[in-house]
Ligand binder design. Structure first.
Ligand SMILES: Nc1ncnc2c1ncn2[C@@H]1O[C@H](COP(=O)(O)OP(=O)(O)O)[C@@H](O)[C@H]1O
Ligand SMILES: [Mg+2]
Length: 360
């Protein structure tokens, strides 16, 4: 079976690493000359709107999937004429736009921060008056790793901020005084069967994920599954979907969904019986889903800007390096490590060792 992937970054690369042993081949469409997934499959180097290359991809593969959500709607619609596309155009339309996404949460009765659509500075001034400060202004589309957003703490932060974010459609959200952030990685098969991984605790710094720790018997697991299940059903979703939540007042508020494999699910490569990457491929290919059960305790640490010395990373007990083969650049995700252990105290010690390497 040949799988077409829109996007050729590290997520595409890790999909191919998981799918190759299942006998799958991969083709990636990505305009970047140095797309790091190219090492694992065919690289169609073209813009996402290039119909000739999209047609070529559709002709070559059995189905198309995505490694990022900011795919133009026309691209998905065009591909859908010729080849099965998972997740669907509708799922991508909702997930790529924060207004559609939060409106869906509200319609499904899933708690989410207060929010307002912002099309001008006047809209922003009015929304700040009603939602109050602090608040977060985010572009409706194309934001990632904390890019395209600004925290507004005082009235002085509000003036001119619509222009500062590029005078594009935005969303204003109330700032959530969360006690923690968790994510739920879910997978849904073509026949509707749904499985969930254990909730993951995530720590961000400057909007970028730094560390994820898989939980054991999290008290909010059932609630998170209930909320995510509503979304999966609503979108008739096929594939892996990541759901980010704020933990607040002993409950959950939905932050965002990602219609793809997710950074906070990278620990599953070594830490779960079947990884998020393999389960995504199983789902889109119509194969039986694999177990989402955890193998012991697991954590994942991102390498941002550079990968520490390889020999030092892999010298740590049960520590697994994932080097993306990308050029090192400040603020860029270039790799990660997962650590595994039978008990939490040992895991915490392994995490400290990796953190020490990151700090240099
Ligand atoms: N409404 C909010 N209240 C408090 N913190 C927030 C809010 N929105 C975002 N953040 C912080 O910023 C991070 C990135 O925001 P998010 O909306 O998830 O965008 P991205 O698409 O960049 O991941 C979140 O993980 C959280 O730490
Ligand atoms: Mg996020």
């Amino acid at each position: 079976m040949k799988i077409g992937v829109i996007g050729g970054g590290q997520l595409g690369r890790m999909l191919a690493l998981a799918g190759t042993p299942l006998g799958m081949n991969f083709a990636f469409l990505d305009p970047a000359p140095d797309a790091c997934a190219a090492a694992l499959g065919e690289h169609l180097r073209a813009d996402y709107g290039d119909q000739d290359h999209l047609r070529q991809l559709a002709d070559e593969v059995d189905l198309v999937t995505f490694e990022f959500e900011s795919v133009p709607a026309e691209t998905v619609a065009f591909l859908s004429q010729f080849v099965p596309v998972y997740p669907s155009a509708e799922a991508l339309r909702i997930a790529r736009d924060r207004w559609f996404e939060k409106s869906m949460f509200k319609d499904l009765g899933i708690p989410t921060p207060e929010f307002a659509d912002i099309q001008s500075q006047a809209d922003l001034d009015a929304a700040v008056a009603s939602i109050g400060l602090p608040a977060v202004l985010k572009t409706r589309t194309l934001g990632y790793d904390g890019k395209g957003q600004k925290v507004l703490r005082t009235q002085a932060d509000v003036a001119g901020t619509f222009a500062e974010l590029g005078s594009v459609a935005c969303l204003l959200e109330g700032f959530v005084p969360f006690t923690g952030e968790v994510s739920l990685i879910a997978v849904r098969a073509r026949d509707g069967e749904t499985r969930f991984y254990p909730l993951v605790h995530n720590t961000h710094d400057n909007g970028i994920l730094r560390i994820s720790i898989a939980s054991t018997d999290h008290p909010l697991q059932a609630l998170a599954e209930d909320y995510a299940g509503r979304v999966l059903k609503q979108l008739d979703y096929v594939g892996v979907l990541a759901f980010e939540f704020f933990e607040v007042d002993g409950g959950l508020k939905a932050n965002e969904i990602a219609p793809r494999v997710h950074n906070s699910g990278h620990w599953t490569t070594e830490g779960a019986q079947c990884s998020q990457f393999e389960n995504h491929l199983r789902a889109v290919a119509g194969l039986p889903l694999g177990s989402t059960a955890k193998i012991g305790e697991s954590a994942m640490l991102n390498f941002i800007g550079e990968v520490p010395a390889v020999d030092k990373v892999i010298a740590i007990d049960d520590c697994h390096l994932h080097h993306y083969g990308k050029a090192f650049k400040v603020g860029r995700k270039v790799g990660h490590a997962t650590v595994r252990s039978a008990d939490r105290a040992t895991l915490d010690r392994q995490v400290k060792l990796v953190e020490a390497l990151i700090k240099g």
